[in-house]
Design a protein around this ligand. Structure first.
Ligand code: NAD
Length: 374
């Protein structure tokens, strides 16, 4: 187990209670998920209940942008691993989407339902401000639009806000996933019609719900699951969806499995039970390990790499930073390219007999290496 000692205090923000910000890059380097991160910061403020990790993976293409996840991880090491994996995924996501951004991500260890308080968010805003633009954040699991607005009122390094920002990125993420599912159907079955296609959606949060609306609108038959029973009940009524227990959704009798909750749901343990021939959803880090894509391929299951199919929200918030300003039409045009990118990846994967996530990672690395030469 990683032992992160009481962090050395490198920075204290002016007039800010007991917030201490430490460089824990060296400690993080001991973890397998480290993957050459540039910086890893830990912010602690006991009085205000904050323990936050900001991981900055790679800034070759631009400043690091990635959401903040608020989640009660069972240990500091689990939270750090989550932050590192998510942050690396953001580097790849920006690179494949052709955005001038690097990858970063933050995790606040707290239960968003019971421990997220104005004091905690104020301390976190101070941490963001003291990183002086090295990291720009947005929503993720556990962080709502109102929280982003709260942070934005205290520090400029926040996108996807309702005041002066582009608002909720989730419908844009859902749009990319929706188009990506159609691209997968086209590749697999030669037609992209959703009529009667059974889609199992895991997670009915911001993205999952918006995705269900789009799928239902085009005639898909939905099977849904969430740990929040009220959302499942509402989905059953709204979309005539079949409710599935959380532990059974992966093995549901479906054509497409769309993970839209947390990561690591596709693993050596769960792959044998998958009935769907397509895995395409919004969750970050769907695979427990990179090698799981090989197992999916061996079982004839088409996998849409998560950071390719779920880039819509990032494309939307990134537009706020564009020198031309935010243009919704330009955002939708860029999201419209996600299915093309996926189709190219599917075809290369088939032609070369290599997993789709290997091809996607290669595209990302080529773009980063090309930029590093300039
Ligand atoms: P959210 O917090 O709004 O929704 C997540 C939902 O998943 C919640 O309803 C939660 O109850 C449910 N859930 C948690 N564990 C579950 C389980 N074991 N089984 C079934 N349901 C479970 O989050 P979101 O913004 O909709 O994001 C969903 C996923 O998509 C996350 O992995 C996120 O990182 C990823 N993602 C989101 C965006 C975005 O624009 N919001 C962009 C890219 C990627």
């Amino acid at each position: 187990m990683l032992q992160v000692q009481e962090p050395r205090t490198l920075r204290r923000t002016a007039g800010a209670g007991s917030l201490a910000i430490s460089d824990i890059t060296a400690e993080a380097a001991a973890l397998p998920a480290f993957a050459n991160h540039e910086w890893v910061w830990c912010g602690r403020d006991e009085k205000r209940g904050l323990t936050a990790i900001v991981a900055i993976h790679n800034t070759t293409l631009g400043p690091a942008l990635g959401g903040t996840r608020i989640w009660p991880h069972e240990s500091f090491e689990a939270a750090l691993t989550d932050a590192l994996r998510l942050s690396r995924g953001m580097t790849y996501k920006s690179a494949v989407a052709g955005l001038p951004l690097g990858g970063g991500k933050a995790v606040i260890i707290a239960d968003p339902k019971t421990e997220k308080s104005p004091a905690l968010l104020t301390a976190y805003a101070e941490m963001l401000a003291s990183l002086e633009g090295q990291y720009i954040t947005a929503e993720d699991v556990g962080m709502r639009l109102a929280d982003a607005d709260f942070l934005r009122a205290r520090t400029p390094n926040v996108v996807g806000t309702t005041k002066g920002g582009s608002g909720n990125p989730s419908p844009f993420t859902a749009e990319g996933v929706f188009l990506g599912i159609k691209a997968a159907l086209r590749h697999r079955h030669g037609k992209e019609s959703l009529a009667g296609v059974r889609v199992a959606v895991q997670g009915l949060g911001s993205v999952g719900w918006s995705l269900c609306e789009k799928l239902h609108g085009e005639g898909a038959a939905l099977l849904v699951s969430d740990i929040d029973a009220a959302r499942v009940e509402k989905a059953s009524q709204t979309f005539a969806a079949v409710a599935i227990k959380p532990e059974e959704i992966i093995a549901a009798e479906a054509d497409v499995f769309a993970p839209c909750a947390l990561g690591s749901v596709i693993s050596r343990q769960t792959i044998p039970s998958l009935k769907a021939r397509i895995v395409a959803g919004s969750a970050n880090n769907q695979l427990a390990s990179h090698e799981d894509a090989q197992l999916l391929m061996e079982r004839g299951i088409l996998y849409a790499p998560d950071y390719v199919i779920n880039a819509g929200g990032l494309i939307n918030v990134a537009a706020e930073l564009s020198p031309d300003g935010y243009w919704r039409e330009a955002v939708l045009e860029k999201i419209g390219k996600i299915p093309e990118t996926l189709s190219d990846i599917f075809m290369r994967s088939q032609a070369e007999g290599r997993p789709t996530n290997d091809i996607a990672a290669e595209i990302a690395m080529e773009r980063i290496q090309e930029a590093a030469k300039i």
